[in-house]
Write a protein that binds this ligand. Structure first.
Ligand code: TYM
Length: 327
């Protein structure tokens, strides 16, 4: 039986942080064994906020290198820049004609980003392009963090709507949202998500942060009043976030960690978390430094060629269903 298809994407804006890694990237890597995996640097999505073209070019390459350094193997997975595969935008237009404005008005990310970057049509229709990213490859599964749930729901709706109206074409995609790690919180405000766009750099640990920076950021992480290492999002969000991070980097269940460290002082516990993160990031940092820019660019170009031809095969069927075949 043919393997099911996994698709996911990451924006090349700001550096990739451990939230992206624990919520999504790590699962991208693991899924490579059992699925046909397709991963994408979604550069067109990133244009919805203003970018400096020269910096953007460099950001894209850096993001691609980080994804590879984190373990995505471009000879196993299809891995490419979204803008190099025009079928994404073609399908996005088509899906846009099936999208109700009410659905877009309900998107919380649009509201948040519009506040930061100003409104534009791209930002508004962003979830439609994301649906196209997923559907263009007939993906079955989409590994993401929990902030993408609402967008994923739109992709599912649009797949169903297209299928009912024009005949079966798209599988209805399902999210792969991990039980732990789907929402890593800011180190400076553990009630809000760790985010690439937070102006406070102390709020997040980047995949390429050196050991001292990791230690400093975790040392300064906001913790809670009282004492005791407990897993309690309501009353101890700071410590709970650190427990979650420790659990994921050491592959140890949270319960076992709580039992072992319950009586530790916050300071000693933070040191432990910092060392686990330093160890977890070491192989990524070292893989990153041995990647050559030219080689990665070559791999990305090859990925785009392959992605274009596989997307085109499906897109022929979509055009036929819509009466766009020209005969
Ligand atoms: P982006 O680039 O913001 O984030 C990439 C992935 O990281 C996850 N993530 C987190 N997970 C846990 N804790 C956090 N604090 C955290 N912050 C981010 C995100 O959920 C995401 O999985 N719209 C997408 C990109 C995209 C996409 C797609 C994803 C475009 N097309 C198609 C899947 C399928 C985004 O902005 O991700």
């Amino acid at each position: 039986m043919a393997k099911q298809v996994v698709f996911s994407g990451i924006q090349p804006t700001g550096d990739i942080h451990i939230g992206n890694y624990l919520g999504a990237l790590r699962n991208w890597v693991r899924l490579q064994d059992d699925y046909d995996t397709i991963y994408c640097i979604v550069d067109l999505h990133a244009l919805t906020i203003p970018q400096d073209p020269t910096e953007f070019e460099a950001d894209r390459l850096r993001a691609a290198k980080m994804v590879i350094a984190a373990g995505v193997d471009p000879t196993t997975s299809l891995f490419y820049y979204q803008s190099q595969v025009p079928q994404h935008t073609e399908l996005s237009w088509i899906l846009g004609t099936l999208t109700q404005l009410g659905a877009l008005n309900r998107m919380t990310q649009f509201k948040e980003k519009a506040d930061q970057a100003g409104e534009n049509l791209g930002l508004y229709s962003y979830p439609v392009l994301m649906a196209a990213d997923i559907l263009i490859h007939h993906a079955h599964k989409v590994p993401v963090g929990d902030d993408q749930t609402q967008h994923l729901e739109l992709a599912r709706d649009l797949a169903g709507r297209f299928n009912r109206r024009f005949g079966d074409e798209f599988p209805v995609p399902e999210g792969i949202i991990p039980e732990h790690g789907a929402r890593i919180m800011s180190l400076q405000d553990p009630t809000s998500k760790m985010s690439k766009s937070d102006p406070n750099l102390g709020s997040r640990i980047l995949l390429l942060d050196d050991p001292d920076t990791v230690r400093k950021k975790i040392g300064r992480a906001v913790t809670d009043s009282g004492s005791g290492i407990e897993y309690d999002w309501d009353n101890k969000p700071g410590i709970t976030n650190l427990l979650e991070i420790l659990s994921l980097f050491t592959d140890t269940a949270v319960d076992a960690l709580v039992e072992e460290h319950h009586d530790k002082q916050y300071g000693a516990f933070k040191q432990l978390v910092a060392e686990a993160v330093v160890d977890g990031l070491a192989p990524i940092r070292s893989a990153y430094s041995s990647l050559e820019d030219a080689e990665v660019s070559r791999l990305m170009n090859k990925g785009a060629l392959d992605a274009r031809s596989s997307a085109e095969k499906y897109q022929v069927g979509v055009r036929e269903k819509l009466g766009l075949t020209g005969h």
